[in-house]
Design a protein around this ligand. Structure first.
Ligand code: HMH
Length: 221
């Protein structure tokens, strides 16, 4: 398509919520070096659980792409994301060891349960591929934008957190997010009004869940 895509229009329209998700106090504290390491450890344990729940969601988007997409390359983009989760799960396990976290003892907190329940709702057969791919783009874009911010030249991110930031803040993950965004924009361009409404609502829900997820890590239980 030519010009500004739907996803960018929505990010501009909802920029307060988008900024709430991508410039959250936890992210700002990582970036300025003042981060409470117990908040980071909470994030690590909770995100491990989230990522395990993200695998079936991403698999479901992959199946939808194979069935419903008008472009064969969609499947390849989503498959690459799914493949990289293999390494990601291993990274969480290794990182947990470094921080002396027993992942078998971590239980999902309320905000995490809610977010994982939302992912499950996006796997229902009545959810359009266009809506699911918009959600996938938003979920990945929030982490890319947040963690890339922690790696900018003037950031004071503690050395021991840089590897975590690099996982989502790196250029290759950025490229993956750009591809997801293009897929979402292409689909949204052709979507009927009812699907557009559904996709925009879904984007807002993702952003709210992301804010709640960061809040959960900053709060002691
Ligand atoms: C909560 N959102 C959350 N965790 C993640 N790992 C991502 C997004 C990116 O996959």
């Amino acid at each position: 398509g030519i010009g500004i895509g739907m996803t960018e229009k929505w990010v501009k329209k909802h920029h307060l919520l988008y900024t709430g998700a991508t410039r959250h106090p936890l992210i700002l504290s990582i970036r300025d070096g003042s981060v409470d390491l117990s908040a980071f450890k909470r994030w690590l344990g909770q995100d491990y659980i989230f990522v395990r729940n993200f695998v079936p969601f991403l698999s479901s988007v992959l199946i939808n792409a194979c069935k419903d997409s008008d472009d064969q390359s969609d499947m390849e983009v989503i498959l690459s994301g799914l493949a990289s989760l293999d390494d990601e799960v291993a990274w969480f396990k290794n990182e947990a060891k470094k921080w002396d976290i027993d992942l078998s003892k971590v239980t999902p907190q309320k905000a995490n349960q809610n977010y994982c329940g939302f992912l499950e709702s996006l796997m229902l057969p009545e959810v359009e591929y266009t809506v699911a791919i918009t959600a996938l783009w938003a979920i990945e874009a929030v982490y890319q934008d947040s963690f890339a911010y922690c790696l900018e030249d003037n950031s004071k991110t503690p050395q021991e957190l840089k590897e975590a930031c690099q996982r989502w803040g790196n250029e290759s993950f950025g490229g993956y997010c750009q591809k997801l965004k293009k897929i979402a924009d292409r689909r949204l361009e052709k979507a009927p009004e009812s699907v557009l409404i559904e996709a925009e609502m879904t984007l807002l829900r993702v952003l709210e869940h992301e804010v709640e997820f960061w809040n959960m890590c900053n709060a002691e239980d």
